[in-house]
Design a protein around this ligand. Sequence first.
Ligand code: AHR
Length: 504
Amino acid sequence: MSAPHTARFTLDPAFTVGTVDPRLFGSFVEHLGRCVYTGIFEPDHPAADEDGLRTDVLELIRELGVTAIRYPGGNFVSNYRWEDGVGPVEDRPRRLDLAWKTTETNRFGTNEFVSFVRKVGGEAMMAVNLGTRGVAEALELQEYVNHPGGTELSDRRAAHGHPDPHGIRLWCLGNEMDGPWQTGHKTAEEYGRLAAETARAMRQMDKDVELVACGSSGSSMDTFASWEATVLEHCYDLVDHISLHSYYYEQEDDRDSFLASAVDTEAFIEKVVATCDHVGARLKSKKRINLSFDEWNIWYMGGPKAAPVPDQEWGEAPRLLEDNYTVTDAVVFGSLLIALLRHADRVRIACLAQLVNVIAPIMTEPGGPAWRQTTFFPFAAASRHGRGTVLDVRVDSPRHTTARYGEVDLLHATAVRDEESGGVTVFAVNRDRTAALPLEVALGGTGVSRVVEHEVLSDADPDASNTLADPERVVPHAGEGAGVADGVLRVTLEPMSWNVIRLA
Ligand code: AHR
């Protein structure tokens, strides 16, 4: 007999959501604050390599397991001239970055980014400026990076030390063009037409490019859903994905709602899927548009937990958006990863925003060390063990009431089956802040029969975090007591915890 306060679900390899696209574990490098400068790129650092990249940071990025890396923005891209960032460094101009009110030195640009991506084993996801620029400049960038040679632009790349084309396949058609804060902000009609024209032209150069149109910069935007519908009416047949962005943060005295943030993420995804399929039906198209959740994270944009903002404008690589994440943040973050995996059939790309220093899992000190934030651990575990087929998990869980989302399950979970080994990994979050949650998983025909590992992220202090002074204050620990008997996994999830249970 198990206690009534028990969460349960059944796994059956015949019931699946879909295959995980490795690009679900993507990230984002924007010219913002210290993400690039003194984050990944610091030529004077003792650990810098021949390209000025910090090898300590490269190692952490490999450990994190990021795949697609989006660049160079973000809001930054909407006033960016890519030509400024290529060629001899001494000739590169200093420019105003209107998005973040800083000075961009252009010491790091497209070619440096591609070298960086290669070193960490990722795939470049390049955004073009559709704010202050348009079709012509997007084509010029595409030709510069991808054409083999024999034209002015491709020969210019070779003269800049890169004779081989970069082969960038994945492109974002602008960034958050629905947002009034965006340089060159547009209406859905204006953007939809521009995205379609740009996509058509880029496909004339290379029919195999993979293109992402801008969706809404958040589900709370007034134009949400009508924006997606209008944009897709213009470019449905020309693009492959529509983007989603969302950020969460703990609002004062409402930790229970914060812990349930993924309820909102899942609803957002389902509404965008419905909108895409509505347009597809209206156009009588057999094609399916997928989702690129290319900015997601926790971000303290204001309030007592927000990172301090420098009082000077137009500085070079100032400390911006350097949020310090707690264990509570990491549990919510893990739940957001679960939400993405639970929709892996349609969310084919996702980018954690961002990678280093700026709302990031990795922090650095100029001239000093690099360390892992609390959110590093759920991402690394999900990227390592979340590859394969997502099984259809329908939980039967005790519930509680939250101010923002009403009644929610205390358990949030998914499971991924590795098709080669047959192993299954369960990812589970217990949203209950004070009580442990017993979990029973009927393993059905999965063939797994023993627990290989149970990794837990939780802490007696919900506000514990890693800092320069104490970089390993929070690390995952081994869970106790998980076991399989009679085809059922029984495990107790600690209060407010993120759990990775690997079964073989
Ligand atoms: O990731 C930080 C910013 O958030 C990006 O520049 C922008 O696209 C979004 O609003």
